[in-house]
Design a protein around this ligand. Structure first.
Ligand SMILES: NC(=O)c1ccc[n+]([C@@H]2O[C@H](COP(=O)([O-])OP(=O)(O)OC[C@H]3O[C@@H](n4cnc5c(N)ncnc54)[C@H](OP(=O)(O)O)[C@@H]3O)[C@@H](O)[C@H]2O)c1
Length: 280
């Protein structure tokens, strides 16, 4: 095994997802996955395709969503596609109307759509949209979708699963202000609301993922050889959390990484520029 593979195996030990238990737990349920056109959301939809579930898939790129719908069509899951830009009022209203039109209601919301930006603050001085766009999709979109979906989830004793990042638990890092603040904002919102939601029968899980090899991180040269989860591994962790309903899931080394982040914070930053992950 190459040294990189050893490191990956040590950092990201395989945690099996029991498909039988998963399918049994989800049987007959309706599951919204935001950001299903790519990366983790798409992989999760494919993992759930053999379950007797209704998948409601949303993202902006309609063609990718309909391709995914066709791929899943011969399998057990029923798929409804709602193409929408969740940064826009119209997109949020469209998804919300689609959810309220479901005769069976909603059982699970996987809040996964996201945008990551890695850019030095001095490169953002004339780019206020770096901050408004990340807040729009990583914070306001899930908050607004949930404000609409909470009554549906309450009726079905539903489950909210937030696809978060280890960055939300670490000392804030230079070059990551836009991403980290927006992901931490929704993480805090959800943690704050969790006891209120629990009293009404809605459970919450936050899956704090490390680096995952998806299109989101492709623009970042530094990440090409960095240890990262495969997208299948990440989707498996999320799927597993759908039946364990663990409140939080994080890598075993999170405590040490949190402590180390205090020192890394003072390392030289990318004053030369940075990378906008995603396509915005
Ligand atoms: N990759 C990592 O290293 C990593 C690590 C920790 C956490 N995460 C989190 O994992 C989640 C998924 O990321 P990924 O790595 O799978 O990235 P990805 O492949 O870039 O997928 C992002 C998804 O979000 C959707 N999306 C983005 N902007 C949207 C908008 N305005 N309206 C509707 N949908 C939108 C995209 O669809 P369209 O472009 O078609 O709209 C796409 O389906 C994110 O929340 C991210 O923060 C990722």
């Amino acid at each position: 095994m190459k040294s990189g593979k050893w490191l990956d195996a040590a950092m990201f030990p395989a945690i099996p997802c029991n498909l039988e238990r998963l399918y049994k737990h989800l049987h007959g349920k309706t599951i919204l996955i935001t950001g299903a056109s790519s990366g983790i959301g798409k992989e999760l939809a494919l993992l759930l395709a053999d379950a007797d579930v209704h998948l409601v898939l949303t993202a902006r790129r309609e063609a990718l969503l309909t391709d995914l719908q066709k791929e899943i069509a011969p399998k057990a899951a029923k798929v409804t596609v709602i193409p929408a830009d969740l940064r826009e009022d119209a997109g949020l209203e469209k998804v919300s109307a689609g959810l309220h039109a479901l005769p069976e209601g909603l059982d699970v919301m996987v809040s996964n759509a996201g945008l990551s930006i890695n850019r030095n603050i001095f490169q953002s001085l004339d780019r206020p949209h770096d901050f408004s766009r990340t807040m729009a999709i990583n914070y306001f979109a899930p908050v607004r979708l949930l404000l609409s979906a909470i009554p549906l989830l309450e009726k079905n004793n539903g489950h909210i699963l937030n696809v978060s990042t280890i960055n939300a638990l670490m000392t804030p890092m230079p070059d990551w202000a836009a991403y980290q603040a927006s992901k931490a904002a929704f993480d805090t919102w959800l943690r704050s609301a969790a006891p209120e939601l629990k009293q009404r029968g809605i459970s919450i899980s936050s899956v704090y993922l490390p680096l995952v090899r998806t299109p989101m991180i492709e623009p970042t040269r530094n990440y090409r050889n960095a240890p990262a989860l495969t997208v299948n591994h990440a989707a498996g962790l999320i799927a597993r959390t759908l039946y364990t309903q663990k409140r939080t899931v994080r890598p075993w080394w999170m405590l040490a990484a949190g402590a180390a982040s205090v020192f890394v914070r003072h390392a030289p930053t990318s004053a030369q520029g940075g990378n906008a992950h995603g396509r915005d």
